[in-house]
Design a protein around this ligand. Structure first.
Ligand code: FE2
Length: 357
């Protein structure tokens, strides 16, 4: 069987307030806001904000559901840190940058011989910037974080588990990751050969389990890029052969197709297929993330949805500048199933959003 998982597609987190999240991602992590849309499950309008590198590349996309209406509980059985690559020798720059923003951080640390700094989002979510010399992806620059020090995309993620065994088997057998090594309580796995697809299982046997549903301060899931609908169907069959019969149906998320599986350690794992145009279907490279887009099947409820969302603003210096966001054609036309109409049955949920009184 060929490897169906090509790497990480995106990581989805639940912050609290939307503006607080935009400010942290765009100013502290120096990410580009690349899409404003809404959560497609449930009947309460919740933003779905996407942040990424200059090209909004798969494998650089952190997404957030600002869920201030309900707190979550961080713990084991969850993704505990989202990790970005930074150029070699820049960990100290990032430590100083975090100091300037008065955000809590770990100082420069080392894991598997690489320098990194761990930093805390105001809601408690953890991020790391990890030195990785081989990453040539197109970084997004801001006034404070120039291209030569900026993040390139994901290095990977840290997942907290109380028992490594079954989660390890899930990664190596169900998703075909390779085990790379062990450093103290960290067990490292990698998908494919490229940069940016590393999973560190953090063995924390005494850590209480975190919550599974949407809740501020917790990660919700990690998504793997399988590229095509055909690969999703094969992966679904492979999951079922291994006994993971709780895998969801394949859902139409407009910018990609998704199916979800609860993995043995408790972490929700999504598998995705790309669709023609991806994030560029409804915006030009320079317009990405500048206004709220709804999937076509929600457009008739735009007024009710918008009236229930807090307005957000991207700081001026973090917005795209004309002529600076030319995006390579290979990124715009991300690999996808060449047949326009998907050959797999897609599930599409449509809620009725009641207008706020
Ligand atoms: Fe997702």
């Amino acid at each position: 069987m060929n490897t169906l998982v090509k790497g990480i597609h995106h990581i989805t987190l639940c912050p609290g307030g939307a503006q607080e999240d935009v400010d942290f991602f765009t100013q502290v992590l120096a990410q580009r806001l690349v899409k404003q849309t809404v959560l497609m499950d449930g009947s309460i309008p919740i933003y779905h904000l996407y942040y990424g590198n200059a090209d909004a590349e798969v494998g650089s996309i952190a997404t957030s559901f600002p869920y201030s209406r309900k707190p979550g509980r961080a713990g084991s059985g969850q993704l505990s840190a989202t990790v970005y690559t930074i150029p070699n020798g820049t960990a100290t720059f990032w430590k100083d940058h975090f100091d300037r923003h008065n955000v809590e951080h770990s100082g420069v640390q080392e894991r598997f011989g690489r320098k990194y700094v761990r930093v805390k989002h105001p809601v408690g979510l953890l991020f790391e910037v990890m030195e990785e010399p081989a990453d040539t992806r197109n970084a997004w620059a801001t006034k404070e974080v120039s291209k030569d020090v900026a993040t390139r995309g994901f290095f990977g993620a840290v997942l907290s588990v109380r028992d490594v065994r079954d989660q390890e088997q899930f990664f190596t057998e169900a998703l075909r990751f390779k085990k790379i090594g062990v450093d103290g309580p960290y067990h490292r796995f990698q998908a494919g050969d490229g940069v940016g697809n590393v999973i560190d299982l953090h063995h924390e046997p005494d850590r209480a389990p975190g919550s599974w549903g949407f809740g501020a301060g917790t990660a919700h899931h990690i998504a793997m890029n399988l590229e095509t609908d055909e690969a999703l169907s094969k992966q679904k069959a492979w999951y079922e052969e291994l006994g993971f019969t709780d895998t969801s149906e394949i859902k139409d998320r407009f910018y990609f197709h998704s199916m979800y599986t609860r993995s043995p350690g408790g972490i929700l794992v999504e598998c995705t297929a790309n669709v023609p145009g991806g994030f560029y279907q409804d915006e030009t490279p320079e317009e990405l993330g500048t206004k709220l887009h709804l999937p076509p099947w929600y457009e008739d409820q735009r007024e009710a949805i918008v009236s229930q969302l807090e307005p957000i603003t991207v700081p001026e210096e973090n917005r795209p500048k004309t002529g600076t966001t030319a995006t390579p054609a290979h990124v715009v036309a991300a690999k996808h199933d060449p047949v326009e109409e998907s050959k797999v049955p897609l599930s599409r949920y449509k809620a009725a959003f009641t207008e706020k009184q």
